[in-house]
Design a protein around this ligand. Structure first.
Ligand code: RIB
Ligand code: CA
Length: 317
């Protein structure tokens, strides 16, 4: 059993990841922590609560986290998450779909303290699945450095190693949103990280939307968010389909055999504004043995295997 905290910024693919994770018998979701990213932290927190209602998992608590990056807020004017024309996730973070108001409230305590307390109270047992900007994790590490030894592992969706980024040609969104936070996490818990970068996630494209075209709230929600996200990719990338960045990170948390994983000395660019957030191979770092387990390749067979598994898990509700 993998006991995990999912740190996320729902976000369409985060929503799919939460639903997928809730269906995996091997995962015990101890808590959900939210962070700014695909939308404001108010929206990502509200969206997490609504998704839990949708899948009838209000046994899982939601803890609100950081509203902005630790130091720099390089949100380029063109990428203002409140602009639903630009944002792949819509103005409210969930394809502008209005789900019913949540039945549970946000927890009183914040995400940072939840992360610290859960890890220290369960030494070597807690995994974090980080599928948004790494601000919460970095602040938790600065506040309580001992969690770096006590955490079991952290699976991070982020970075673009040998491929172009998705914010610009250098940077991937989660790392770019708070590169200082990512640098702190990479440096303070490198041996506990499994990095799932665009190198593999960009190949995980779900196209089979019609199977959710049914007349109930759960299927209509999936149908609408998948259509919205697939249309964004059609208009911006030339194909109709949803790239499953975050659900695949959940998949790797359960089974790392999907990918060819290499240990490489990685670092994060924070000085050069044009390359801010780029994850690069730093051979200098190799001397301190700061290597990070990184998913670099995936076979077509394993892409198909994951997509079929993902579809089966989402279908049976
Ligand atoms: O670059 C992909 C990542 O950025 C995913 O986590 C997606 O939800 C967005 O946050
Ligand atoms: Ca995300």
């Amino acid at each position: 059993m993998i006991e995990c905290i999912i740190d996320c910024d729902p976000g369409i693919d985060d929503a799919l990841a939460l639903i997928f994770a809730s269906k995996l018998r091997t995962l015990k979701i101890k808590a959900i922590t939210t962070v700014f990213g695909n939308s404001t932290v108010e929206n990502t927190s509200l969206n997490a609560l609504k998704i839990l209602d949708l899948i009838q998992r209000t046994d899982i608590r939601v803890y609100r986290g950081s509203a902005s990056p630790i130091i720099k807020n390089y949100r380029f004017p063109a990428y203002n998450y409140l602009d639903d024309e630009i944002n792949p996730h819509g103005a409210n973070g969930l394809a502008n779909i209005v789900l019913p108001q949540p039945t549970q409230k946000l927890s009183e305590s914040n995400a940072i303290d939840l992360i610290i307390n859960t890890i220290l109270e369960n030494p070597k047992r807690i995994s974090i699945i980080a599928i948004g900007p790494l601000t919460n994790i970095a602040i938790a590490l600065l506040k309580s450095p001992e969690i770096a030894q006590s955490i079991k592992e952290i699976i991070i969706m982020g970075g673009a190693i040998k491929v172009q980024g998705n914010i610009n040609k250098f940077s991937e969104f989660n790392i770019w949103s708070d590169a200082e936070a990512a640098k702190i996490v990479f440096n303070m818990m490198s041996d506990k990280i499994i990095l799932v970068p665009l190198d593999v996630t960009r190949q995980i494209i779900f196209k089979n939307v019609e199977i959710f075209n049914k007349n109930n709230l759960y299927n209509k929600f999936l149908y609408n968010i998948l259509n919205f996200y697939s249309t964004f990719h059609l208009n911006n990338c030339g194909f109709f389909g949803s790239i499953l960045h975050d659900p695949f990170a959940v998949g790797v948390a359960e089974n790392r055999d999907y990918c060819d994983i290499r240990e490489i000395p990685l670092d994060v660019e924070i000085e050069d504004r044009n390359k801010y957030g780029k994850v690069f191979i730093n051979l200098e770092k190799d001397k301190e043995n700061k290597k990070i387990k990184t998913c670099l390749n995936i076979s077509l067979k394993n892409i198909e295997k994951f997509l079929n598994y993902f579809e089966k898990k989402l279908l049976n509700f």
